[in-house]
Design a protein around this ligand. Structure first.
Ligand SMILES: C=C(O[C@@H]1C=C(C(=O)O)C=C[C@H]1O)C(=O)O
Length: 135
């Protein structure tokens, strides 16, 4: 961690002992290792894990968005870009998964409402950019 980052971290209420350099600092290459949440004993463990999980989550969101773009290519009409039945289906499946992994279902519902709405807007943009205007 750089001196600048240390200063930022201290500004967020961390003590100097939270900021010991971490042998498992994520790098561009190679796997990142850190203890399970139950075994974590330092804020470096916690933040190393969260940074790694966020990289995986955002990477999966990128893959998800490529399928939204595929939907824009496949759907025959602009009028079917937003399919409310499928929006409700996606959100209800994600709430069921959240319950299984002990994540608050109402939080997954709010996160997915934003994600799916943003995906639909992205799909509309992509649909419009790749089609002639419909009569
Ligand atoms: C990808 C689709 O298009 C939209 C995007 C959705 C999503 O982000 O999961 C769900 C429903 C659609 O309105 C689809 O219809 O499946």
């Amino acid at each position: 961690m750089t001196v600048t980052n240390d200063a930022n971290a201290l500004g967020k209420g961390l003590s100097q002992s939270d900021l010991k350099s971490d042998p498992n600092q994520p790098t561009e290459e190679g796997p990142v290792s850190y203890p399970s949440a139950a075994d974590a004993t330092t804020m470096v463990h916690v933040r190393t894990a969260i940074d790694d999980l966020d990289r995986q989550i955002v990477s999966l969101l990128g893959k998800r968005m490529r399928y939204i773009e595929a939907a824009a290519r496949i759907k025959p009409s602009r009028s079917v870009v937003r399919d409310q039945w499928r929006v409700d289906d996606v959100i209800s499946k994600c709430k069921a998964t959240a319950e299984k992994v002990d994540f608050p279902p109402e939080l997954v519902e709010r996160v997915y409402a934003v994600l799916v709405e943003g995906s639909i807007q992205h799909e509309f943009k992509r649909w419009d950019a790749t089609r002639e205007p419909e009569p």
